[in-house]
Structures are given as structure tokens and as C-alpha cells.
Design a protein around this ligand. Structure first.
Ligand code: ATP
Ligand code: PAU
Ligand code: K
Length: 243
């Protein structure tokens, strides 16, 4: 059994895998890291490997303490990946984006793929049918948009995610919800439509903490899978140990 851990900028997500089957998934805060992992390992006693992909500042020591019980692996830029990295600054490409590109390459072979990860940031990653990772885009996620409007103005309140009641916002809060939610939906649709003018065919995978909220608002056909990063992390590890 493998415990895959995705350390994001807001939360930590984890899942236990038996080969390619996801048995259970978890989400917790960084402050709960060690306790949460301990609890998972108590429940899944046959876990042999702990695989970590981190884009955050969580200390390696937090994981190293589990080395007495199992093998701990940190995915890094120097690992083997099943795609050609065409990013002009490959060393600054987020590990999470490399893991997503790995999952897309392995799960959807021989086709153009766009991966959209809607978390703290919304990332767009494009891997062409020849398995060239071309790059993409980085934009603020939903929660970050709400927080920015509040943090960089005097008059805007901090709101939490809500479906806009009216397209034409009739109050401050309705205007914010309309701007944040419709803004991101249009951004995603716009990004997809621009790519369609460049590539006749590609599949679209949507993942991240806002997957469910966004999937029902998008017109394009997408594979919506909140666990795609964790599944991809398991596959990145399998690929790494086979090499
Ligand atoms: N329980 C939750 N706690 C925090 N955010 C949540 C929760 N459930 C859904 N979300 C949504 O998920 C988004 C954050 O996504 P996610 O948890 O994937 O981010 P993350 O931990 O920073 O990961 P990454 O850095 O990979 O984006 C927020 O915009 C928020 O609206
Ligand atoms: C963009 C984020 C924050 C998304 O989690 C992460 O992938 C990251 O820190 N990336 C580094 C910059 C880059 O990918 O080009
Ligand atoms: K993200």
C-alpha cells in the first residue's frame, strides 16, 4: 500500500492506494500534518511507501520521522517523468504541475491534453499528443480572488464562495460573487476556446478543491476528478520506481 500526500498552498490532501485503486482520501491542515498521517498509518497498517509532492514550505522533517516505519519519497525535479519538459524554466515548474502532467500522459495516452487544477491558484497545463509538456498559465483561485478584493481595498468585505444569484449584481456582495465566480468561469471557457483555435482536438481534465463547484458551470465537456492529482502522484511514483 502507498500513501500519497499532496502538500498544497492551503491544505494537505492524502490518499491510500492499493496498486491503482484509491482506498480512501483525506484533507487536513498543515498544523495537523503529523497527527493525521499517524492516524492514516494506524488504519492502513500495510502501507509500505509514503510519497510526497509539495509546493509548500512544509518541512521535510515532518515526514522523515516516519522513515522508521516505511520508505519516504519526495518527488523532485530530478525524478524520471514520462513527458518531455519544454518549459523554458524547467527547474521552476511546480512539482504539482509535473505530477498532473504525468497523470495526464499515463491516463490519457497519445492525445492532446489540457489539465486545469482549481486550487489556491488555478493552473493550466498542456501536454501534446507527442508527450511534450508545453506549459500553460497560472491565475488566482476562487478563494484567493475573494481574499484579494478584500485585502487590497478599503470597502470590500471578505466573502466566502457562493453561487451568484444574479448575473447583474444588485449589491456589493452580489457584485463580488458575480465578478469572482463568473470571472473564473469565463477565464476557463476563454482559455479552452483559445486553445481550440490552435489544436483541433484535446481532452480536458479538471481537478483541485473547486472541481465540483466549477464543473457544473462549464459548457465544455470535461473529465472532472477531484482526486486526479493524488491518482497522478501514485502513478508518478510507480513510474519512478520502474525506471
Ligand atoms: N475544506 C476546504 N478548505 C479549503 N478550501 C476548500 C475546501 N473545500 C473546497 N475548497 C476550495 O478549494 C480551493 C483550494 O483548493 P485546494 O485545497 O486544492 O488548494 P491547495 O491546498 O492550495 O492545493 P494547491 O496548492 O494544489 O492548489 C479554494 O478555492 C476553496 O474554494
Ligand atoms: C502555481 C502553483 C502555486 C500551483 O500550486 C505551483 O505549481 C507553483 O508553485 N509553481 C511554480 C511556478 C511554475 O509552475 O511555473
Ligand atoms: K492548484
Amino acid at each position: 500500500m502507498i500513501l500519497a500526500v499532496d502538500v498544497g498552498n492551503t491544505r494537505i490532501k492524502a490518499a491510500v492506494f492499493e496498486d491503482n485503486t484509491l482506498l480512501e482520501h483525506f484533507a487536513f491542515l498543515k498544523t495537523e500534518l503529523e497527527k493525521s498521517i499517524q492516524n492514516i498509518l494506524e488504519k492502513y497498517k500495510n502501507t509500505t511507501d509514503l510519497v510526497v509532492a509539495s509546493v509548500s514550505k512544509v518541512e521535510k522533517e515532518a515526514f522523515v520521522r516516519f522513515e522508521t516505519r516505511l520508505n519516504v519519497h519526495f518527488i523532485s525535479h530530478s525524478d524520471a517523468f514520462p513527458f518531455v519538459n519544454c518549459y523554458e524554466t524547467p527547474q521552476t515548474l511546480g512539482i504539482d504541475r509535473m505530477v498532473l502532467a504525468t497523470g495526464a500522459t499515463i491516463q490519457y495516452p497519445k492525445q492532446n491534453r489540457l489539465v486545469i487544477d482549481a486550487g489556491t491558484c488555478v493552473t493550466y497545463d498542456f501536454i501534446d499528443e507527442n508527450d511534450n509538456y508545453l506549459g500553460g498559465a497560472i491565475a488566482p483561485g476562487l478563494q484567493l480572488r475573494y481574499a484579494s478584493l478584500h485585502n487590497f481595498t478599503a470597502k470590500l468585505p471578505l466573502l466566502s464562495l457562493e453561487s451568484p444569484k444574479h448575473f447583474i449584481g444588485k449589491s456589493t456582495s452580489e457584485s463580488i460573487h458575480s465578478g469572482v465566480v463568473n470571472g473564473l468561469v469565463y477565464e476557463i471557457e476563454g482559455y479552452i476556446n483559445e486553445l481550440k483555435s490552435q489544436y483541433s482536438k484535446f481532452i480536458i481534465i479538471l481537478t483541485g478543491g473547486d472541481t465540483v463547484f466549477l464543473a457544473k458551470r462549464l459548457k465544455n465537456t470535461i473529465f472532472a476528478n477531484s482526486n486526479f492529482l493524488l491518482e497522478s502522484l501514485n502513478q508518478t511514483f510507480q513510474y519512478k520506481i520502474k525506471k
